[in-house]
Design a protein around this ligand. Structure first.
Ligand code: GH3
Ligand code: MG
Ligand code: MG
Ligand code: MG
Length: 309
């Protein structure tokens, strides 16, 4: 590896300059140097180097350890200490900032190069691992067929929103949606067409929601849930109407349905301002009851209902 962009923090200008020459000889690109803690943090923020070589004693009131802490925490840039100070206390303080290396002066060119190379490599591996973990986390929350949130995602979101709604005394609404006669749809058009239909419905639901705080998820096989924070019953009922409309507009042929020639949905809506003693399942049960009634009333229907608390 070569050409990595390095920032130096060193209080003595001659040492800093010597270091710069050495690093250039070793094939690194020195993009800046500072003699103070605040200076190196500001430069790191501006220049985004690949690595910072950090002396511990610096000019000004801020030392290298404090500067390194901010650079690592805020900017995720690896820091290698390069210092004459190796007292156990200093090393212990430095360790807290999770440095990628610790070079003690005087050092050889080889030590300098291997320390920096190792730090860059370790940091790259760490970043890859972090990315992979984030992708994994994302995948565990997504329904593979429809690409919207899955049940696990919904469960987490309702818990989160519930706490906020209790704290800020605001309404939380839940719309439960179930496709009508979907078993007959599968029986008539096949499972592949059924899957395509679920994808289309999920896409339509997703497209119908406007606020970033609205959560749409696949709740079960052909059931979907929409969680609306800071939305009272009336607002939720309007959104349920819109949802029904967008599914109608999909205009998916369903010859076997007993209520329509096209695919329809039934919807249950409920809402409350939760108290500390209420649980999310009370809202879910209320929406579920409303949905059950929508089915019993003949399907292709919306039922809006306050929870019985
Ligand atoms: P209702 O009007 O009472 O809701 O009747 P329904 O047929 O929609 O309800 P039921 O619960 O009897 O059947 C749900 C069907 O949904 C059964 C199952 O084959 C289908 N289903 C569930 N998940 C999937 C899926 O991932 N893909 C496909 N193609 N079908 C699914
Ligand atoms: Mg120094
Ligand atoms: Mg169902
Ligand atoms: Mg159904």
């Amino acid at each position: 590896m070569a050409g990595e962009r390095i920032l130096i923090a060193e209080d003595e200008e001659v040492t800093s300059w010597t270091l710069e020459v050495k690093l250039k000889e070793l094939g690194f690109d020195v993009i800046g140097a500072s003699t103070t803690g605040n200076g190196v943090v500001a430069m790191a923020r501006d220049l985004r180097p690949d690595l910072v070589l950090m002396d511990i004693i610096l000019k000004g009131e801020r030392d290298g350890i404090s500067a390194a802490d901010e650079i690592k925490g805020e900017l995720n840039i690896p820091v290698v200490y390069i210092t004459a100070h190796a007292s156990p206390d200093t090393v212990e303080r430095a360790c807290i900032t999770e440095p990628f290396g610790y070079i003690i002066k005087p050092f050889t060119d080889k030590e300098l190069r291997s320390n920096i190379s190792m730090a860059l490599h370790t940091h790259k591996m760490e970043s890859k691992l972090k990315e992979a973990n984030m992708e994994l986390e994302r995948l565990t929350n997504i329904d593979a067929l429809t690409g919207i949130g899955n049940r696990r995602y919904f469960d987490n979101e309702i818990r989160k929103e519930w706490r906020l709604s209790v704290r800020y005394k605001r309404s939380i609404s839940l719309i439960l949606i179930d496709i009508d006669y979907f078993k007959l749809y599968n029986d008539t058009y096949g499972h592949v067409a059924g899957d395509a239909c679920l994808k289309a419905v999920a896409g339509a639901l997703n497209g119908a929601l406007q606020r970033p705080g609205d959560t749409v998820a696949r709740y079960g096989g052909e059931e979907f849930a929409i969680l609306l924070c800071d939305t009272p019953l009336r607002g939720a009922a309007l959104i349920a109407e819109r949802i029904k409309q967008v599914v109608t507009e999909l205009d998916i042929k369903h010859d076997a349905s007993n209520v329509s020639e096209i695919l329809t949905i039934s919807i249950g809506v409920s809402s409350l301002i939760p108290e500390i003693t209420n649980l999310p399942k009370e809202l879910i049960e209320a929406s579920d009851k409303a949905l059950y009634k929508a089915k019993a009333d003949g399907r292709d229907h919306i039922v809006v209902k306050l929870p019985e608390l």
